[in-house]
Design a protein around this ligand. Structure first.
Ligand code: FAD
Ligand code: NAI
Length: 485
């Protein structure tokens, strides 16, 4: 019918337009325009970190107004929400890494990048000390530096570091789940334990130990990792190691009375019942006191202690302040009294400091340590810096007081929660979403598809989204790769 023909024409037209736009985006990504050089008359803005906070500042910052320098020990942005998927090969590591130089090359003015760690600051001289580790895997292999660089404005977005609460043996024997190297290590050790358990000449007790996979911490990191591990066991290991797979046990240990304390009660119950169905044991009110090479000690709910053998132990008990944050705090000792991070005001200004802002997990801004918070703060700060710098340039005020101007010209930062999502295994996810001043909670397979599309939408670039989708398709057809690298 003519109507159908019309609809067809519209659909074909839209598809052609979409394909042309995608092609243009891809061409532009590969062929960035020429950049302006550093301008000695502009102020230098140094961004510490290439995580959610600092990378969002970089993405939104107008380099017309500043000479921008980025300092970070890793030369890429990491999309942490999909990191648990990398531990078992649902997604390959590089699919969630975005080289920061791709982003820098698309700014109008050149951006300088130092792959180094900032180890100290002299706030009076506005100077930073940088050290470059020659091996990111092995700190003992030494370092280059130190070198000193100057800043006019500083944005601190160094995130947090894993918190072991000083528990003996954790640093030596446990795996963490914070950086891409951690996911690589977990994947290798997991396959290592399984292949070792395949040897005939070991005792049953030793085999049982090797096949006991333990997760410490029932926050979202521990839960998502346990869910991914279960899927790997169910979908892949059961096919390729039929006898061993039956003997694999997953245990999650949580010190509090329940897992996921920040989620709604209904979702906690749903997660616990899904874990029961998936035969993941949850030990609540149980605190890990020590980790040894082959076993760990817990304090049980009744106060007694047990020594439990394990093959792989993943430690996911949250974060604490990075060492450089403590160095910065030391400069403003009388105001910076909280050891958990940098106290900031509602404009993200580091209390006691001048020309230093902090955002994300390293800033104590009253919000949870979340990617959403860090990226909203990054966007807010970049936009404020852009607008006050543009105004100062129009008025020829090279020495404008950005600290004061941002306060004068804008409203304080306010976080707008988009809700919480977490994957719990077996193609099920949970969601706690704000909706017109009410909270909507949902769990199940439909939520899993919502989780997938939400994360795909939030991935930093077209390149990353394409890689992640292709990993999902690859997994669907061929399963996860079980080779031990
Ligand atoms: P980060 O993203 O941690 O970045 C810090 C940056 O600083 C890094 O580039 C680091 O290399 C660099 N750095 C460190 N030390 C120095 C130094 N001395 N000098 C210079 N640079 C330095 N949040 C959510 O909202 N939703 C989720 O689904 C979610 N999932 C997560 C899953 C996992 C497995 C993990 C670990 C976290 C997850 N989070 C999630 C939390 C989220 O990742 C953090 O809140 C977020 O990364 C904080 O952003 P940030 O910029 O403050 O720090
Ligand atoms: P967390 O701080 O949320 O949870 C850690 C858990 O470990 C706590 O429940 C704590 O009681 C427990 N614990 C601490 N010491 C213990 C011990 N010795 N023995 C047993 N249990 C112990 O940490 P997590 O999960 O690493 O998350 C860090 C941040 O990242 C949080 O803000 C979280 O919301 C965010 N995140 C969000 C995700 C999402 O929204 N999907 C996914 C992953 C992280």
């Amino acid at each position: 019918t003519p109507r159908m023909r019309k609809v067809k024409r519209v659909v074909y037209g839209a598809a052609l337009l979409g394909a042309t736009y995608t092609g243009w985006l891809m061409y532009r990504n590969r062929n960035p325009a020429e950049q302006q050089a550093f301008d000695p008359s502009k102020k230098t803005l140094v961004l510490l970190g290439t995580g959610w906070g600092s990378t969002t500042v970089l993405k939104n910052l107008d380099t017309e107004h500043f000479n921008v320098v980025v300092v970070s020990p890793r030369n890429y942005f990491l999309f942490t929400p999909l990191l648990p998927s990398c531990t078992v090969g649902t997604i390959e590591n590089r699919s969630i890494m975005e080289p920061v130089r791709l982003l820098m090359r698309h700014k109008s003015r050149e951006v300088k990048f130092y792959e180094a760690e900032c180890t100290d600051i002299d706030a009076d001289r506005k100077e930073l000390t940088l050290v470059r580790r020659t091996s990111t895997e092995d700190a003992a292999k030494g370092s280059d530096g130190p070198v000193k660089i100057s800043y006019d404005y500083l944005v601190v977005g160094v995130g947090g570091t894993v918190n072991t609460f000083g528990t003996p043996g954790v640093e030596e024997h446990a795996c963490f789940l914070k950086e891409i190297g951690d996911a690589r290590k977990i994947r290798r050790q997991l396959m290592d334990s399984i292949e070792s358990a395949a040897f005939d000449n070991i005792s049953d007790a030793e085999r049982e130990r090797l096949l006991h996979m333990v997760v410490v911490g029932g926050g979202p990191t521990g839960i998502e990792y346990a869910g991914e591990l279960h899927d790997f066991l169910q979908d892949d290991l059961s096919q390729w190691y039929p006898e061993l797979a039956k003997k694999i046990r997953i245990t999650l240990v949580e010190a509090l009375p329940n897992v996921l304390p920040a989620f709604d009660k209904k979702l906690i119950d749903y997660t616990q019942s899904t874990f029961d169905e998936n035969r993941i044991t949850i030990l609540t009110r149980t605190m890990v006191k020590e980790v040894k090479e082959k076993s760990f000690i817990v304090q049980n709910p009744d106060g007694s202690r047990s020594d439990i053998p394990y093959g792989l132990l993943v430690w996911a008990t949250g974060i604490k302040a990075q060492p450089v944050v403590n160095r910065i705090r030391a400069q403003f000792g009388e105001v910076q009294t909280n050891g958990r991070g940098l106290l900031v005001d509602e404009y993200l200004r580091v209390k006691g400091a001048r020309d230093i802002w902090a955002l994300g997990d390293c800033a104590l801004s009253g919000y949870a340590p979340l990617a959403q918070v860090a990226s909203q703060q990054g966007k807010w700060l970049a936009r404020r810096l852009n607008s006050v710098a543009a105004q100062a340039a129009r008025e020829n005020k090279n020495d404008a007081d950005m600290f004061a101007l941002i306060e004068e010209k804008s409203r304080p930062f306010k976080y707008s929660s988009q809700g919480s999502l977490a994957y719990i295994g077996s193609e099920k996810a949970i969601a706690d979403l704000p909706f017109f001043n009410r909270n909507i909670t949902a769990g199940g397979v439909a939520t899993f598809w919502f989780w997938k599309s939400a994360y795909l939408n939030e991935l930093f670039s077209l390149r990353n989204s394409t890689l992640v989708v292709s990993d999902w398709v690859k997994r669907f057809f061929f399963g996860r790769d079980i080779s031990r690298e």
